[in-house]
Each structure stands twice: as C-alpha cells, then as structure tokens.
Design a protein around this ligand. Structure first.
Ligand SMILES: Cc1cc2nc3c(=O)[nH]c(=O)nc-3n(C[C@H](O)[C@H](O)[C@H](O)COP(=O)(O)OP(=O)(O)OC[C@H]3O[C@@H](n4cnc5c(N)ncnc54)[C@H](O)[C@@H]3O)c2cc1C
Length: 525
C-alpha cells in the first residue's frame, strides 16, 4: 500500500519550524527508506526528522509526544531486528546522523560523543591521539553509530577482552519522552564530570540495550585507553563445529584475545576461501576502493588471499584470533597462550582473514546481500559455553527437518560465531534467499556493485519459510537460555521473563513513557 499523503499533517509545519525545511523529509521514498531495515518494513511514519543539535532533538521529541506522535530513533540503520521500523503511522523517524560532535578529554581519558557519531569516525579521531575506546565498534562501524550500538548492544572489535558496547560507557544524556534531559553516571552528581559510571544505582544500564524504548540517547561518554601499538593474529582450521567451538571457548578463557570470530565452511569460503586468482584480486580491489588503506595495502591483500586459499579450503570450520600488546614481546606471549589453548582442537592455518579484517576493521555493507544477489538476514543468540552443543544439535535437527523445503525454495544458510569476554558464545545463523531488492539495498550499496548482481522477482514462499525458521531458531535459543543484542521488536524479550523482573520493567517504562510513544513495540513493552 502506498504511504499516505502527509502534506497537510499539522505536525509537519511544526517540525519544519523546529529544525528547518531541509531537515524534515516527507517524500514517500524517504519515509519508507528510513523505516525499512534490511529485512522488512512495518509502518510508514509521517516524516523523517534530522535534528542538528541536542536542543533540537529534545524540542522535536517533546513537541511530537505532546501531540501523541510516536518517536522512532534511527542511527546508521544497520540493525535487522525491526528496531527502527515504525509500528504505527502516527510516528516520526528521527535520523540522528547530523548529531556528530566528538569532544575528547585526553586528560580525563574520556570522550563524549553525540549519538550520531559513527564508530569509524570515532576510531579515526581517537587514533590520531594514540587512544581508543575499549569496545571500539561493530564491523558495520562505517555506518553504525555510537547511539545505535549503545541502544541495542553491540559486540566485535575489542569485545573479546572488553565485553559489549555498554561496558565502555561512563555517562549519558538521555532525551526523555517529555523532551527533558536525564543525566546518568557521575555527570548527574553535584558539579558532575562524566568520568565514572557507578555512583549509587546505575541509571545508564536502564538505557543501554533499551532499543529506544526508554528514551533517546543524545550524548554518550565513553572511557578511553591507550591504543595498543602491536596487533598479531592466528587462524585455525577445524574438522567440525565441535572442534571450532571447543577451540574458541578455550581461547576465550585465556583472557588474552581482543577480537575473534569463527566461520562455518560456507562463510569461510566467502571470506577469501574458494576464489580464483581473478576473484581474489577483484575482492581485494573492491575492499581497497572503499577503504582508507595505504597504497601497498592492495598488494598485501592479494598476496594474502592467494596464500591463504590453499590451506583454508581444506578445513571445515575456521576461527580467527587477534591479540594486542604494548610491544611485540607482549603480543607474542598473548598469542602463544592462544595457540596453546586452541591447538588441541584444530590446526593452525595462514592468518589471511584476520589480517584482512585488521587492515580494514569497518567493512562496507556488502554482506547485506548474498554473493549471488540474494536477500540476507542474520539472527543470533549469546549462549553460556555449557549450552553451545545443545543449541547446535537442535539447530542441525531443525535444518534436517526443513532440508527438502529449503532446497525447493532455494533458501540457504551460513553461520558466524564470536566469544565475548570469558563467558559468552555468540552464535549467528544467517539466511539467504532469492527475492526482490528494496530501497534499503539500493541506497546502501554502490550502483556498480548492484549492477554485477542478478535480480530476482518477489518470492513470498521463500520469505515465509525464512520467517518460520527464524521463529523456530528464536525458540531454540530460548530453550537454551540465550540472550540477544539488538532485541528490537524481533526477539521475545518479555516472554517467560521472571515475573518480578517483568513487573519492574513495565513500571519503569510507564514512569518514563506514560503515553507509550517512545519506539512503540521495542522490547515488547
Ligand atoms: C554488514 C553488517 C555487519 C554488522 N556487524 C556487526 C558486528 O560486528 N557486531 C554487532 O554487534 N552488530 C553488527 N551488525 C548489526 C548492527 O550494525 C549493529 O548492531 C549496530 O550497533 C547498529 O547501529 P546503528 O547505528 O546502525 O543502529 P540502528 O540500526 O540505526 O538502530 C538500532 C536500534 O537502536 C535504536 N536507536 C538508534 N539510535 C538511538 C538513540 N540515539 N537513542 C535511542 N535509541 C536509538 C533504534 O531505534 C534501533 O532500535 C552488523 C550489521 C551489518 C549490516
């Protein structure tokens, strides 16, 4: 159904007055694009508003909710669990990407960013001073914002040692539903400086992972550390999933790995695996073109792609570990500990993949389509190590049940894995199927890239199967006590929750957002 005409909606003129006509987008395409994640859209908001300051943000939120209009924040738009998909038409999508100030306080080892700063921008700015945040971003950090990641939880770069995004937060300023601003952490104390998170009850935690249900993060202060100058990596191949999971668990427990990821055979091949020489070069050039790599980076990438290919082809699963040290001896000793931990489970192979990842940690969003232009959607759960095998076995049994139907409808899967700190194993199944592209793909992927890929007609049957299997996988995750980042509106957060806990969350939501206008549907609240 075409989005309704909003030209005469009384809210539009008021929004224009608040932020200027250029920053209120009302075309059907813009309203659909900003409310459509890589997977789907639910409802089309009346407008997209792009505030240019925290004051404007607060004014827009207060003004909209006073009129019963819902607020749906959107950062880089790189999540895929309905988080920024509007659920009601009487809503506005808030694009935070103009809120991009970075305020570094090297003396206090803090950095305060506006919510729309991307992880790539932040990493680059801090790197010039030899600094970084402990968690320093998801792989999608060219687009993904600090506000988006803090609102739903993110892992990857640095989370092997420093945990998820929330663990790097010191203080925040949150725009509440009525347009007022709440300070958290030490910032809220008399003469507060944003240098310490815990001073009495931790109010920051109410908002990290709220997916915008409790308020809109305006400013976020993160702690800093010195950027460690030496990074080294090692890669291992494993005969099967059990070997890889065992190796990753064993390495995680050493407390030495900064970044790590495991790949199932299909993804391993996709990541520089079964490619011929030309494809290796094309991939490297594509990577290079979109990167800020030094000139010789290209040749290095090609050499690594070709060298790694022979070895990696032989392994079924692979896992990749990056350690960081104050000097070579430090990094080498950490890597030695990782090798000792993983060697009983697999064989070491060339470290092609982690070297490429380290040379360009923030990837362009190419993976939002499959290698043959298929649609793509992942889901994930974080499991205790003791539950990993049980989850994997149940997932395999499910795949066996659906095998014939998947083959008929050409639905395929892959999987990626990572450990978080010394306690979490993230299992990320991914689906691919042939279906129509959306405005989302067209705006986020370069035209030349899309031109190389085939197009497919609408495929409601495959889409239905993917959704059915995603529901099944969420149930398997729940049966194994998994938790989720980017809960959005997709994971059953409130279902089966401890009753006292659920009651408390509902009461807090009612206190902060009595009209239930802050990202309705998020967290199932
Ligand atoms: C190719 C690719 C690679 C990825 N790699 C990783 C990875 O390595 N690790 C990982 O964890 N995830 C990864 N992701 C998922 C996603 O990119 C991250 O979770 C990222 O943190 C999303 O940030 P964003 O700014 O795009 O948030 P968005 O998708 O814009 O929003 C996420 C949620 O936060 C809310 N929100 C946004 N800004 C605010 C705000 N200021 N205040 C309140 N609520 C807000 C939105 O309403 C939504 O619910 C990847 C995605 C892709 C496509």
């Amino acid at each position: 159904m075409a989005p309704k005409d909003v030209t005469n909606h009384p809210m539009i003129a008021r929004l224009v007055q608040a932020v200027g006509a250029d920053q209120v987008l009302t075309s059907a395409d813009d309203r659909v694009f900003y409310s459509h994640d890589v997977y789907r859209q639910i409802a089309t908001p009346i407008a997209v508003v792009r505030p240019g300051s925290v004051d404007e943000l607060a004014r827009v939120v207060g003004m909209a909710t006073a009129e019963g209009i819902a607020i749906v924040p959107r950062g880089g738009g790189a999540s895929y669990s309905d988080g920024y998909c509007a659920t009601v038409e009487d809503s506005i999508s808030i694009d935070t990407t103009r809120l991009n100030k970075i305020d570094l306080n090297a003396r206090d080892m803090t950095v305060t960013v506006e919510c729309g700063v991307t992880w790539a921008e932040l990493y680059e700015t801090l790197g010039k001073q030899g600094l970084r945040t402990p968690f320093w971003g998801p792989f999608s950090g060219l687009k993904a914002t600090v506000g988006g990641s803090m609102s739903q939880g993110s892992v990857s770069l640095g989370s092997g040692l420093h945990g998820p995004s929330a663990d790097s937060v010191l203080a925040m300023e949150i725009v509440l539903a009525d347009g007022s601003i709440l300070k958290t952490g030490s910032l809220a104390a008399a003469n507060g400086q944003p240098h310490f998170r815990h001073y009495g009850p931790d109010l920051s935690a109410l908002f990290t992972g709220d997916t915008g249900a409790m308020g809109v993060k305006a400013r976020i202060t993160l702690r800093l550390m010195k950027k460690l100058p030496v990074a080294m990596s090692a890669s291992f191949g494993f005969a099967n999933f059990e070997g890889m999971a065992g190796g990753m668990e064993s390495a995680a427990k050493e407390g030495a790995v900064s970044d790590n990821f495991g790949l199932n055979p299909r993804l391993q091949k996709a990541w520089l695996g079964r490619t011929n020489m030309k494809q290796s070069m094309d991939a490297a050039i594509a990577v290079y073109k979109t990167a800020r790599n030094p000139v010789d980076g290209l040749f290095k990438l090609i050499r690594m792609a070709v060298a790694g290919k022979r070895f990696l082809d032989r392994s079924e699963y692979s896992a990749h570990f990056i350690v960081e040290g104050v000097d070579h001896a430090h990094a080498r000793s950490l890597l030695a500990a990782v090798r000792k931990a993983v060697e009983p489970f697999g064989v070491e192979v060339p470290n092609t993949i982690p070297t490429v990842v380290r040379s360009m940690p923030f990837m362009p969003l190419y993976p939002i389509m499959g290698p043959a232009g298929e649609r793509w959607v992942p889901l994930h759960g974080i499991l205790a190590f003791s539950q990993v095998k049980s989850f994997h076995d149940k997932l395999q049994a499910m795949h066996t049940r659906y095998a014939a139907e998947m083959e008929k409808l050409k639905v395929t899967t892959a999987a990626m894995f990572t450990t978080i700190g010394t306690t979490g194993f993230l299992y990320e199944p991914v689906f691919y199927w042939q279906d129509t592209r959306h405005l989302y793909h067209e705006r986020y992927l370069p035209e030349e890239f899309l031109a190389m890929l085939p197009k497919y007609p609408e495929n409601p049957e495959a889409r239905k199967l993917v959704e059915e299997m995603r529901t099944g996988i969420r149930e398997i995750f729940a049966s194994c006590g998994a938790v989720h980042l980017q809960v959005g509106k997709s994971y059953p957060y409130m279902k089966g929750r401890d009753p006292r806990n659920a009651q408390m969350l509902t009461a807090i939501k009612a206190l902060l957002d009595p009209k239930r206008l802050m990202n309705p549907g998020s967290l199932g609240l």
